[in-house]
Design a protein around this ligand. Structure first.
Ligand code: MG
Length: 162
């Protein structure tokens, strides 16, 4: 058996500010603040993108799609994830599963978990049962307290071969 498995880890943090749509996990949440960033600031998709790139040994989001390049200014993070996935698939990998933790005291994540799983599954071309999303508060501690930001960890397993 020549089946090879690779694990990848992604992490991202964005400030949550007024006047920005709250785009997380590829969907827009009804919330007064949203992630600040050059792109739509979707920290969930950024962490997932880094996880799949990391597992495949393909650098990271910032290297492939630099902020300074006007081509990527205001980019849709879903598009960046799709482009990254294409590179991963080019290397012969398939996504086995993705697990995500969203730490924030901004929008409540629980009511939107199912929609995020479906959307992320669509973007990764896998069944939503292979995508898990969990929301966590930060107990009022540190820089993320009181809804000031969102931090996301994502882990991904890739496989290739038979
Ligand atoms: Mg980011």
């Amino acid at each position: 058996m020549n089946r090879e498995h690779r694990v990848g880890l992604g992490f991202d943090v964005h400030r949550l500010v007024e006047g920005r749509p709250c785009v997380l996990g590829g969907i827009t949440l009804p919330h007064a603040t949203g992630p600040l960033g050059h792109s739509d600031g979707d920290a969930v998709l950024h962490a997932i993108t880094d996880a799949i790139l990391g597992a495949a040994g393909l650098d990271d989001l910032g290297t492939l799609f630099p902020d300074e390049d006007p081509k990527w200014k205001g980019a849709d993070s879903a598009q960046l994830l799709s482009l990254a996935l294409a590179k991963v698939v080019e290397q012969g990998f398939v996504v086995v599963n993705v697990d995500v933790v969203i730490a924030t005291e901004g929008p409540r994540i629980a009511p939107h978990r199912a929609a995020m799983r479906t959307k992320i599954g669509e973007l990764l071309a896998v069944d939503p049962t292979r995508v898990n999303v969990k929301g966590k508060t930060v107990e009022g501690l540190g820089a993320l307290a009181h809804g000031a930001g969102v931090a996301v960890q994502a882990v991904c397993l890739l496989a290739r071969g038979t």
